[in-house]
Design a protein around this ligand. Structure first.
Ligand SMILES: O=P(O)(O)OC[C@H]1O[C@H](O)[C@H](O)[C@@H](O)[C@@H]1O
Length: 533
């Protein structure tokens, strides 16, 4: 690590050790703080003021960030920054104009636009024919979460097709889904970057069998493949004209903008998918051009560095106050935790400090009635991202005001807390006996000074959703650069896959268990016993 960076980390640690480093309320006494810590990128406003990032902390964080934007430029130039897989990282090319991005000798933008043109023509044909009413996307991880999240956010009644997402190898998922589908009117997309993922291939065989049972040889017309592995898609029996490819410089969790997003375009219409790409492009332009002190993805990353490394907070909640964003936390879980859950640096050395936090979330207001208790009164603060959408796409104005009031109230409550004077006064006004007041008091106190970031969108549509998702993608890039980890590989998912492959034959009736730890051996025996009954 460069000496400058080491000095900046030390400075940050020193600021974090200072008394009152996690206090927010004293900072809020500065009337200019809200404005100075609020930033805009595209249509998104981000209020970072309800955190304990002081001016001095921000300065130290920005010192730490020297070099991040140079790393960003290396990504945009198509350098092979995903060193452990020897790949470029070019998801920005998926939404960039023609002639913008290269990967070595390859004109990445030309490849992207050729595929987009083919996808658009395919959508026009399918929508024009009107034969298909439903699209089933079979995929998992990045080949499921992104498209599913976006389709859930953007689909409205009257749009061209209904989308369904089959990801889990658990047959119960298909068992429920298949009853609502007519094979003759269902288009099946097998979405897999590698076309080898066990769960996806198992489900693809299951659903292809269902199509063949109903349609015989004609079933091929209902099959589409979205993959980088064109040979495997042909072997699976997908007609070449129904295969949409992409390149290995698209990481799975960044692939919803590629052919992997075809289900969004089929379900919602091409213009919706195009607007999603345009929105992401708008955030790319901000990320690629804004200076450090105004670069929103970088500022959000730096806020996270303060929380994780300065204050030692190991998790973060994502709370979209919009039901349409119900799958947004799940998508971010993959984007953030698969990217940043790393314990060695790019150079293979142990990381000297904590990296990616646990990310979890649910839409508000539902979250308030489940886990928000812990955020308000638990022992360890959990920074929260609160997403508000100013204008709904429905006419139930009173509901929407309630929704917004609740989102604002959670952030306010986390910040201000509730002290003994307030709690006593409230209980006394209700006539609670003095002894009961004192007994209940500790339970009813809120410590306050708990951080949150509020993001405000004018409305949720394809363009603003594209901006929002790209904002977090770039935040993850910045964190990878700051923590010096490779945010674009995911070796940590491999061991479990290999062990599952070895365990599979051992679960066949009468099969013998191999060599395992005593706990696994006993569990295999118990499953054999229960399944033999
Ligand atoms: O698209 P696929 O090749 O089927 O991969 C699907 C998913 O599985 C892998 O195990 C990775 O963890 C994910 O990053 C990926 O998105």
């Amino acid at each position: 690590m460069a000496d400058g960076a080491e000095a900046a980390w030390n400075r940050l640690a020193e600021l974090a050790r200072a008394p009152g480093a996690s206090a927010i309320r004293p900072l809020m006494e500065d009337p200019s703080r809200a404005a100075r810590f609020t930033h805009r990128a595209g249509d998104i406003l981000a209020d970072l003021s309800k955190t304990s990032v002081s001016d001095a902390v921000r300065e130290a964080l920005l010192d730490l960030a020297r070099g991040v934007l140079a790393a960003r430029d290396a990504m945009a130039r198509g350098e092979r920054i995903n060193a452990t897989e020897d790949r470029a990282v070019l998801h920005m090319a998926l939404r960039g104009p023609r002639g913008t991005f290269r990967s070595g000798e390859e004109d990445a933008s030309a490849e992207v636009h050729a595929t987009l043109d083919a996808m658009q023509a395919f959508c026009a044909r399918i929508h024009g024919e009107g034969r298909f009413t439903d699209v089933v996307n079979i995929g998992i991880g990045g080949s499921d979460l992104g498209p599913q999240m976006a389709a859930r956010a953007l689909w409205r009644h009257g749009m061209p097709m209904r989308a369904h997402y089959l990801s889990n190898v658990d047959g119960h998922a298909w068992e429920v889904m298949r009853h609502g589908l007519d094979p003759a009117r269902t288009l099946v997309l097998v979405a897999s970057k590698t076309f080898t993922t066990a769960e996806t291939m198992a489900n693809a065989h299951l659903v292809r069998g269902w199509l063949r049972d109903a349609l015989g040889e004609a079933a091929g017309a209902n099959l589409v493949a979205l993959s980088t592995n064109l040979r495997a898609t042909a072997d699976f029996g997908v007609p070449e004209s129904q295969v949409f490819g992409f390149r290995d410089w698209v990481g799975g969790r960044f692939s919803l903008w590629s052919a992997i997003g075809l289900s969004i375009a089929l379900a919602c219409g091409w213009e919706v998918f195009a607007a999603l790409l345009a929105g992401a492009r708008r955030m790319d332009e901000h990320f690629l051009s804004a200076p450090e002190a105004e670069n929103l993805p970088l500022l959000m990353a730096l806020t996270e560095v303060w929380h994780v490394n300065g204050l030692g907070l190991p998790s973060r909640a994502v709370l979209p106050y919009d039901e349409r964003l119900a799958r947004f936390p799940a998508h971010l879980q993959q984007v953030e935790m698969e990217s940043l859950g790393k314990r060695v640096t790019l150079g293979g050395l142990p990381v000297p400090r904590p990296t990616g936090p646990v990310v979890f979330g649910e839409p508000g207001t539902n979250s308030q009635h489940s886990f928000m208790q812990l955020l308000h009164q638990g022992t360890t603060p959990v920074p929260a991202d609160i997403v508000l959408v100013a204008n709904p796409a429905h006419g139930f104005e009173e509901n929407h005001r309630q929704l917004l009031a609740n989102g604002l109230a959670q952030a306010e409550a986390l910040l201000r807390g509730r002290d003994a004077t307030e709690v006593r006064a409230e209980m006394e006004a209700k006539g609670v006996a003095p002894a009961a007041v004192e007994a209940l008091l500790p339970h009813r106190l809120f410590p306050g000074d708990r951080p949150s970031t509020t993001l405000v969108l004018p409305r949720l549509d394809a363009n603003t959703l594209g901006q929002l998702v790209a904002l977090y993608e770039h935040k993850v890039f910045c964190l990878g650069a700051l923590w010096e980890v490779n945010a674009f590989d995911q070796w940590g998912v491999e061991l479990g896959k290999q062990l599952a492959g070895a365990l599979l034959p051992e679960l066949a009736p009468g099969a013998k268990a191999g060599a395992h730890d005593p706990s696994t051996t006993a569990l295999i025996a118990e499953l054999h016993r229960l399944r033999a009954d």
